[in-house]
Design a binder for this molecule. Structure first.
Ligand code: UD1
Ligand code: CA
Length: 492
């Protein structure tokens, strides 16, 4: 999401070194997907929207997997390895040291700390936090929210004047402190110099024997710096996913936000509860999305198109005014005003031209189908290129695989191919050609020719009564024979 005035911090540090045991997964916690991106990808994409000078991700647990994943989508991110000293304070300390060591002197200005497992946090909120931090001339500003059941979150301690004086971890808190409902989101804005200096005084003298980042606030305050909190209403923005139950709850909330945004932009979504749209999908106005539709990856939909019901599309480009009904598709293009479905399977490399049609029970793969060309029923099109305004009869199969290699077929424009044809690739059919029903096309068909297989039908009279006597079919045949015999006697 983009917005008008944004406040750029000097650095964003994303913490992702924790172990995430409650996921019970071989996949690192921050790599679990939600809304079409991994959690850490959300964190990095959000940070990037703010154009910070520096962006660092702190890793340790399943380090190599996380590093590979992060650099795959953003190779400019600074990877920082946390050492064996545990705690959020240590994680930030190693990140600050690494950024300071980059050259050009110690980093200065506002440093934002976020987590790799808080996927709904928006750039707008980080921007608000940065702006508030600067306006208040703070050294530490913590983002907080109020929770009815604050559970294991760190509690925000304020003095009589309402000033934030400390953050106390639940495990270290007194019963009175545990009763407080204002909690630490774990997201902060720091002045770089105060952060660097305060972290040196943080000890591991606490219930978890960790270096707590939360201690920086009280240390900075004791050293005469200004500290305060920015409180947000929307708790979901700062909610982390620690297990798969929370992951699915956050996924639902994220989807509600995405679908609402599209509706506000002029997209009709008949049932947002059964419509799942990734963060990365783009949809123009006056698109209608029917229930049971999932839109993933780089899918895009042009104005006036209707998609669904019950369609799952991944990396599919749907051009304007197309109709896509009960389709499972990936890596494909559906042209302007084209029609696909119902019950159609589009595999990668399918490109359907404008006003074209791929109808019921068709499967396509690496198939370029020209403008106005129709493949209406029950067909398989693999490794084929078809020109414009052609018609492929029902139940046609492009036999693209000889058991060892795949071969390609090329069909011209304005052809009229019969039903139940087999195209034994590689084969070409020229413009304007026709074929009869049931033709096995093994040889190229020249432009304007009619292709038929010379195998005249032969009827062996009385075969069923002779060879299948005693069956219902033989009985039926006998009745017709006897009736015909009676009729001929009457006539005679
Ligand atoms: C932390 C805060 C707590 C706050 C809560 C919000 C501290 C001491 N406590 O608690 O006040 O309410 O977050 O969710 O900061 N991480 C590292 N290295 C570490 C430890 C953690 O990178 O050594 C990362 C984790 O991967 C995670 C984040 O820091 O992304 C938070 O760690 P977690 O263990 O969940 O902190 P909490 O104990 O929940
Ligand atoms: Ca946590």
């Amino acid at each position: 999401m983009t917005f008008g005035t944004q406040e750029s911090p000097s650095a964003v540090i994303v913490l992702a070194a924790g172990d995430g045991t409650r996921m019970k997964s071989s996949l690192p916690k921050v790599m679990h997907p939600i809304g079409g991106r991994s959690m850490v990808q959300h964190a990095i994409a959000t940070a990037r929207e703010l154009s910070p000078e520096h962006l660092a991700v702190v890793v340790r647990h399943q380090r190599d997997l996380v590093v590979q994943h992060v650099t795959d989508f953003d190779d400019q991110v600074r990877i920082v390895d946390q050492d064996e000293v545990p705690g959020t304070g240590r994680a930030v300390e190693v990140a600050v040291d690494a950024l300071d060591a980059l050259g050009g002197g110690d980093i200065q200005g506002t440093v934002i700390v976020t987590y790799g497992d808080v996927p709904l946090l928006t750039a707008a909120t980080i921007s608000d936090l940065t702006r508030y931090h600067r306006e208040q001339d703070n050294a530490v500003t913590v983002l907080t929210t109020n929770l009815e059941s604050p559970g294991g979150y760190g509690r925000i301690i304020r003095n009589e004047g309402g000033e934030v004086t400390a953050i106390v971890e639940a495990k270290d808190a007194t019963p009175e402190q545990l009763a407080l409902t204002e909690v630490n989101s774990g997201i902060y804005a720091f002045d770089a110099a105060v952060l660097r200096e305060s972290l040196r005084s943080v000890t591991t003298d606490n219930a978890q024997a960790e270096k707590y980042l939360t201690d920086v606030l009280s240390i900075a305050r004791d050293n005469g710096h200004r500290t305060s909190a920015l409180t947000i209403e929307d708790r979901w923005e700062v909610e982390g996913a620690n297990d798969r139950v929370q992951l699915s709850q956050l996924g639902k909330i994220l989807n509600e936000r995405i679908t609402e945004q599209h509706m506000r932009n002029g997209v009709t979504i008949v049932d947002p509860a059964t419509t799942w749209i990734d963060t990365t999908v783009t949809i123009e106005n006056d698109v209608t999305i029917l229930p049971g539709t999932q839109l993933h990856g780089d899918t895009s939909i042009g104005t006036g198109a209707t998609v669904g019901p019950d369609s799952t599309l991944t990396d599919v480009r749907i051009e304007q005014h197309a109709t896509v009904t009960r389709v499972h598709g990936s890596d494909s293009v559906i042209g302007e005003g084209a029609t696909v479905g119902p019950f159609t399977y589009l595999r990668p490399g399918t490109v359907l031209g404008g006003k074209g049609k791929i109808g019921a029970f068709c499967e396509t793969k690496n198939a370029e189908i020209g403008q106005g060309t129709k493949v209406p029923h029950l067909s398989y099109l693999g490794d084929v290129e078809i020109g414009e305004n052609s018609n492929i009869g029902a139940a046609s199969i492009f036999v693209n695989y000889d058991g060892v290699n795949k071969h390609r077929s090329v069909i011209g424009s304005h052809v009229r191919m019969g039903s139940d044809n087999m195209y034994v690739a590689p084969v070409t059919v020229g413009d304007g050609a026709y074929s009869g029903a049931g033709t096995v096309i093994r040889k190229d068909v020249p432009a304007g020719a009619l292709a038929i297989n010379e195998a005249p039908q032969r009827n062996i009279e009385g075969w069923v009564e002779k060879k299948r006597s005693g069956t219902a079919a033989a009985e039926a045949a006998r009745r017709v024979r006897e009736r015909n015999a009676d009729e001929s006697i009457e006539e005679g």
